[in-house]
Design a protein around this ligand. Structure first.
Ligand SMILES: CC(=O)N[C@H]1[C@@H](OP(=O)(O)OP(=O)(O)OC[C@H]2O[C@@H](n3ccc(=O)[nH]c3=O)[C@H](O)[C@@H]2O)O[C@H](CO)[C@@H](O)[C@@H]1O[C@H](C)C(=O)N[C@@H](C)C(=O)N[C@H](CCC(=O)O)C(=O)O
Ligand SMILES: Nc1ncnc2c1ncn2[C@@H]1O[C@H](COP(=O)(O)OP(=O)(O)OP(=O)(O)O)[C@@H](O)[C@H]1O
Ligand SMILES: N[C@H](CCC[C@H](N)C(=O)O)C(=O)O
Ligand SMILES: [Mg+2]
Length: 487
């Protein structure tokens, strides 16, 4: 419980109507969650405008309303506060409401198209092994030490986010490693947070359904670095050509990592096999369990963060070399007849290309590569033909299928993917709408020693169709199918 006046301490209010010395028991941006004592914040959304629900919030006895436009009719027992940017105010108020939790631990944010979950998961495990209490906010799950809390977004909304950070502080966490998505930046989910550091992994084609242009997508990621305070660090992948742009206007201290250039933090891949990576990092040789060149970047950036947070370099590398990948990131099983089944969350053209290139590097010429891939509905449609084309170019056979169709027609998504297949690849491409059947088809096509990649859903344990999440787990389906077929 806090006084409205105190909650507004960091908010630039343009105008207020009604008493400010009223008690607030909770903050909500959803009128359906409002009850007596709650402060309702009206946020402009994609589907609807929170301002249209102010009357509902008042009906539910909201103590106060924070909004960008005052309603025409004001009720006398509600306080109204007018602000320029409700989403930003929401973050600032949620932070005060939970006693500024981000200032009581070291909060490190990771942004970029690919590698966020892998990086924050590595960092969480590393800092646990180094003896700290640590929080994690990721696509797969949130965590306080080993306690797992479910995650519905890559970056939670501002209210949930501050509540989670508050719980981490109460549990004695010294660090929290979190993913910062581009949606979160545009929607100001991290407004009001104090970051001790930020990491940029890479930026490639994704989410243009939401950001519209690649420049806007870059701008969204850059906003994160623009907002870092002096005293924080910004750790940048200098092998990505947008790396330098990210830190053009940052106040943070800039550091670079690279596999290609002589930078402050550098690594060299000595060997890349299905058993793992053999790396040289800052002059030290290590063998890691993670597979694929792209994971050399994730390992290097995790190492660099540890050094920037003043951990011992050699001890950090020793721990990193013992860590496994995050769930659904290049996880593999080998069937009784020696078929390798890989499940990977590659759901962007770049990720798919990286994963398939890695498979091409570690396969031998007698092994066929069979890829099962689909694209999500209500997401960037431009990536559909690109992903189908990449799958064909880098595989011997391809089974195009459904991912999470959400509210789109699965057949229509599949047809958009098919448009990317070059005529020369028609012969090697099949389309099987049902994902379970598609995985079965790939298993039937596979012979001893072949490699099956099931891409796009990684750790997800559901398939989302028209608002309903049906149980579906690529790893489980793959395993069951091998057994059913006696493969
Ligand atoms: C496109 C997008 O990001 N949408 C997010 C956004 O919803 P929205 O803008 O559609 O909200 P809306 O339905 O238009 O409603 C506007 C406002 O009215 C309020 N409202 C609405 C109805 C009502 O009856 N009463 C009411 O008060 C809503 O609570 C909201 O505040 O704000 C919601 C509340 O924070 C989010 O849950 C929702 O995430 C949706 C579910 C989503 O799927 N988001 C994905 C795309 C996403 O955010 N992904 C990124 C990761 C991407 C990546 O890098 O891979 C993530 O960080 O998870
Ligand atoms: N550093 C990297 N560079 C390029 N591709 C990567 C990198 N790390 C992982 N990948 C590929 O991208 C996929 C997604 O990785 P990860 O889940 O770590 O990324 P993410 O940024 O968290 O994705 P999301 O935006 O969905 O949360 C992996 O399954 C792998 O195929
Ligand atoms: N965080 C990403 C995940 C995509 C995963 C893929 N399986 C899909 O459903 O498109 C998103 O929400 O766009
Ligand atoms: Mg993620």
């Amino acid at each position: 419980m806090k006084l409205l006046r105190d909650i507004l301490a960091h908010v630039q209010a343009l105008e207020s109507r009604g008493p400010l010395d009223v008690m607030v028991e909770g903050i909500s941006f959803d009128s359906r969650q409002v009850r007596a004592g709650v402060l309702f914040v009206a946020v402009q959304g994609v589907q609807s405008d929170g301002h249209d629900f102010i009357a509902k919030a008042v009906e539910a006895k909201a103590t106060a309303i924070v909004c960008e436009v005052l309603p025409e009719q004001l009720t006398s027992d509600t306080t109204y506060v007018l602000v320029k940017d409700s989403a930003k105010a929401l973050g600032q108020m949620a932070s005060v409401f939970h006693d500024h939790p981000s200032e009581k631990l070291k909060l490190i944010g990771v942004t970029g198209t690919n590698g966020k979950t892998t990086s924050v998961t590595l960092l969480h495990k590393l800092f646990r092994e180094l003896g700290y209490h640590v929080g994690l906010l990721s696509t797969v799950q949130n965590q306080i030490d080993e306690t797992v809390l479910p995650a519905s977004h890559t970056t939670p909304d501002a209210v949930s986010l501050n509540a989670l950070l508050h719980q981490m502080v109460k549990a004695g966490c010294a660090y929290c490693f979190m993913e910062v998505s581009s949606h979160a930046m545009v929607q100001q989910r991290v407004a009001g947070l104090q970051f001790a550091g930020g990491v940029f992994t890479n930026i490639t084609h994704d989410h243009l359904d939401y950001h519209k242009t690649f420049d806007e997508y870059i701008r969204a990621k850059k906003l994160f670095f623009d907002g870092l305070p002096a005293g924080a660090f910004a750790l940048i992948n200098s092998d990505d050509k947008r790396g330098a742009v990210m830190v053009q206007n940052t106040k943070a201290e800039v550091h670079f990592y690279s596999l290609r250039r002589a930078t402050e933090f550098k690594a060299k891949v000595i060997d890349n096999t299905l058993q793992g990576l053999h790396l040289e990092v800052d002059g030290h040789e290590i063998w890691c369990k993670l597979i694929g060149l792209f994971n050399a970047y994730n390992l290097l950036s995790a190492y660099a963060v540890a050094v920037l947070l003043e951990e011992d370099p050699v001890e950090s590398l020793t721990v990193l070399s013992s860590l496994n990948s995050a769930s659904g990131r290049f996880e593999y099983i080998v069937s009784d007849t020696q078929i390798t089944g890989i499940v990977d969350y590659a759901h962007t053209p770049d990720a798919l290309e990286n994963v398939l290139n890695t498979i091409q590097q570690i396969r031998n010429p007698n092994q066929q590569v069979i890829t099962v891939v689909g694209c999500g509905g209500n997401r960037d449609a431009a990536k559909r033909p690109l992903m189908a084309d990449l799958a064909c170019r880098l595989s011997d056979k391809v089974v195009l299928t459904s991912d999470n169709p959400r509210f789109e027609e699965p057949q229509a998504i599949l047809e958009e993917m098919q448009k990317g297949v070059r005529p020369i690849d028609y012969k090697k491409t099949l389309s099987v709408l049902d994902r379970r059947e598609a995985i079965r088809t790939a298993c039937m096509l596979a012979s001893t020693h072949d490699i099956i990649l099931v891409a796009g859903k990684g750790h997800e344990t559901y398939q989302e169709v028209k608002g309903v999440k049906h149980p579906f787990d690529d790893k489980q389906v793959l395993q069951e199918t091998f057994q059913q077929l006696g493969k």
